[in-house]
Design a protein around this ligand. Sequence first.
Ligand code: SF4
Ligand code: SF4
Ligand code: FES
Length: 271
Amino acid sequence: MRRANRKKAVEGRSVIFKIKRCDGPGKPSRWESFKVPVEQGGNVISSLKWIAANPITTEGTKTTPVVWDSGCLEEVCGACTMVINGRVRQSCSCLIDEYAPLEGDAITLEPMSKFPVIRDLWVDRARLFHNLTRVKAWVPIDGTYNMGAGPKETPEHQQMRYALSECMSCGCCLDACPQFTKVEDEEKWDTSFIGAHAISQARLFNEHGTGKLLKGDRYEELAGAGGVSDCGNAQNCVKVCPKGIPLTESIGAVGRGTTVHAIKQFFQGKE
Ligand code: SF4
Ligand code: SF4
Ligand code: FES
């Protein structure tokens, strides 16, 4: 749950943005501060736009515009995720009135820590999407012939799956997870901890009438190196998920499913 700052926001104020900057992969980081006038209803993205148009630090030094990523601007795509005042979240939905209500209040912005920085606040989340392919997070459908009506599903089951389907692959749960570490070497992605995001998506597709055809493949991937047993149960993931996805429930369900699958395979002489 996000904690709103209850102080009444002062109109016409300026706030200080302290931004961790980096000119490119492998380059050193540095901090720069900017004094930004706050417009009514302003959020972090609108402040970053102001900085892009006025790239002058609080010391009066002209600098390069700060780079960030964004897409939907309504907390749906996850592209604008960054660390704001020490907590990972979406910047498009981060209101300045809540975070810096008084004249001179400061807001710190840092890139996510578990993904390589491309520049400034923009990170490369390719590993996150790769992890979805590890668990075959899709419904196998052959569109070349009519497969008939899909399987029936109860409203309760639909509701359960709907909650999981709200994931926007933002990466907050991965950035906050002590077990999910930054891995820049792509060769090691398939054996590094996959994280709560892909585990929960595996559950979503295992629960789909047609998606469950790939259940066995998903469980085998999640039983291997970097799979569900690497989770240390710290539960940071569920605390930071902006969509309130029951990630620890998913980890428990997938952990049990993986064990049952392994036992079945054993008795069928497949292991
Ligand atoms: S519960 Fe598991 S996946 Fe979630 S933060 Fe903890 S270690 Fe990471
Ligand atoms: S599970 Fe939540 S925190 Fe993790 S990627 Fe999906 S929406 Fe983001
Ligand atoms: S820009 Fe899409 S979630 Fe913020």
